[in-house]
Design a protein around this ligand. Sequence first.
Ligand code: NAD
Length: 251
Amino acid sequence: MGRLDDRVALISGAARGQGEAEARAFVDEGASVAVADILDDEGEALAGELGEHAAFFHLDVTDEEQWSAAVAATVDRFGGLDILVNNAGILRFSAIRDTSLDDYMRIINVNQVGVFLGMRAVIPTMAERHRGSIINVSSTEGMAGLAGLVAYSSAKWAVRGLSKVGAMELGSDGIRVNTIVPGGVETPLVQSAGIDMDISGWFKQLPLGRIGKPAEIAALAVFLASDESSYCTGAEFVADGGLTAGFSVDM
Ligand code: NAD
């Protein structure tokens, strides 16, 4: 028996990276998954590989109408919607003084507004069944700042607020809302961020001494999607290899 048997999930940004790992883990645990992304070829290929319990739907998370269409298509295909993972995100390094309003808003629109639109889009169908788990993906940059990530960090702080308000408003509808806070995870997001640094070398400083793997975030998402987390809402679940545990000194 799977931990997500008979559940239906929509995962934004699921064509690759952590979203892909979540789609694989959810199907392994018995769920049906709507793989939603702007990367049509990668998304179609993943859904094809996962088989009859997955389908790809094009979704730009900044677009209200595409959210309505993706939710309707998911319900139409799988008969309901129990789980939303607001996972889609983009990251660009740029100092405040070099960041145009357009640059800033591009990141806010995907990483923050996209989460708001996703939550709002699934409320009617989840409330009707009095059952739902919404999982919003923040970041350790949503718990502290990182120079060069003004828009990203702002949006990731906002995601924690969106989850808290969602939890307060939706508990009485049977909908739980929680936040995953990943630290560094080895995905195309990090690999293409254009940071001039030895990424794997930097992560050696962490208590766990390495960068995270997408499957380690997916495991947390399975827990939050399942009834194992039935008393958790409005909470934040950090998976960062100890990044936010503190500082160390030479002894
Ligand atoms: P990724 O780049 O591998 O995957 C992100 C996915 O989001 C891609 O498939 C991309 O096409 C999709 N996407 C981008 N814009 C979109 C849009 N407008 N509409 C729909 N889909 C869109 O990155 P990832 O590392 O897997 O990131 C997943 C989430 O985890 C993001 O929210 C990211 O901010 C967060 N996160 C990542 C890390 C990390 O170190 N990788 C750390 C903390 C938080």
